[in-house]
Design a protein around this ligand. Structure first.
Ligand code: SAM
Ligand code: SF4
Length: 329
């Protein structure tokens, strides 16, 4: 079992398998995309499987595959299939934009994926185009239908942005009336990859909740799952629920159970740190599993208490060119 220097059990890995994406969400990356990682810099399928196997042996029980867009990488389904067979891994899941996902849903079901996070910032085609710079809403909605049809639990992620999708907050809550989905509203974070400094947020968790309460005054707090990053609510009589993720306000750090690995193999102890060491590079230089495990354990003994401390400890402040696609969300 992995326990950090603040007594938090670490049992969850978020693995970003690629920085590439078929959308260009303006809050994540510039219109021209990023300076994509070279093939050499990316972890190979074998390296990812090796590192995950080792970390599961150390106490990681849940792995989320993310990116970039996971399915922009050709061998992602192969990786998921191999991971689904790992002894000791209790939960395998993924976050996807849903553009290429619909035809893959039966296979996801077959390998035992029980829940998927699907990003959906708006239900309006024009606003989807403005936000993601691609006209792909129909494919995302098809993915949503396929997931529900196959009995896979769905969490819909919506980043809340002034001037972009505020008018979608209530329609997204309304979706939970019939659909058994959890709609999670996320505070916008400063990782848009375009070099613009982020000067704080207009829509924090308090304002998002107040906006929902104006239309749904009866909305009730429901229990949050262990390690949940969202504060969860339900409108009485609705099938689904509503979550609010204070990703910028960072109110969930006290129960943080997660570590991250970027597509080039950088191990991160916090969304807001610079990364502690490159585990892929260390393995490529010939480090044994024992050496890798020792380095991971040592890093876990030096975790920042919260995202604010991790941010302060960075040698340089938030790298303004950093994109959520290279962190994995
Ligand atoms: N491409 C996949 C997707 O969009 O679902 C997976 C990777 S994406 C980086 C993971 C999550 O990060 C998405 O739900 C996305 O909305 C969220 N995200 C990206 N940039 C963000 C930002 N600047 N602030 C808050 N959330 C962000
Ligand atoms: Fe792509 Fe996801 Fe970033 Fe949007 S949020 S650009 S879908 S990686």
């Amino acid at each position: 079992m992995l326990v950090d220097n603040h007594g938090r059990t670490i049992n969850y890995l978020r693995l970003a398998v690629t920085d590439k994406c078929n959308l260009r969400c303006f809050y994540c990356m510039p219109e021209d995309g990023l300076q994509w990682l070279s093939r050499e810099a990316l972890m190979t399928y074998e390296e990812m499987l090796h590192i995950c196997t080792m970390l599961v042996g150390m106490g990681i029980e849940k792995i989320r595959i993310t990116g970039g867009e996971p399915f922009a990488r050709k061998d992602t389904m192969q990786l998921l299939t191999a991971l689904s067979k790992l002894n000791g891994l209790r939960e395998l899941t993924l976050t996807t934009n849903g553009v290429l996902t619909a035809p893959l849903v039966p296979e996801l079901k077959k390998i035992g994926i029980r829940s998927v996070n699907l990003s959906l910032d708006t239900l309006d085609r024009q606003r989807f185009l403005t936000i993601t710079r691609r006209d792909e809403l129909d494919k995302v909605m098809d993915t949503l239908q396929q997931l529900l049809h196959h009995g896979i639990e769905v969490k819909l992620n919506a980043v809340v942005m002034e001037g972009k999708n505020i008018e979608d907050i209530i329609p997204l809550v309304a979706l939970t009336k019939e659909l058994p989905v959890s709609v999670r509203f996320i505070e916008e974070m400063p990782f848009n990859g375009d070099g613009n400094q982020h000067s704080g947020i207009n829509w924090n968790h308090v304002r998002i909740l107040q906006t929902i309460q104006e239309v749904y005054p009866g909305i009730q707090k429901i229990p949050d799952a262990l390690y949940s990053t969202s504060h969860n609510y339900q409108v009485p009589g609705h099938n689904g629920s509503v979550g609010i993720i204070a990703a910028y306000t960072r109110s969930f750090c006290g129960t943080c159970n997660r570590i991250r690995i970027t597509p080039e193999g950088m191990l991160k102890m916090c969304l807001y740190d610079n990364g502690v060491f490159n585990i892929k590079d260390m393995a490529r230089k010939g480090a044994s599993n024992d050496m890798l495990a020792e380095a991971v354990t040592a890093a876990i003994q030096h975790r920042a208490v919260d995202g604010w401390e991790a941010d302060r400890n960075r040698p340089e402040k938030i790298n303004i060119h950093e994109s959520m696609a290279t962190i994995g969300g």
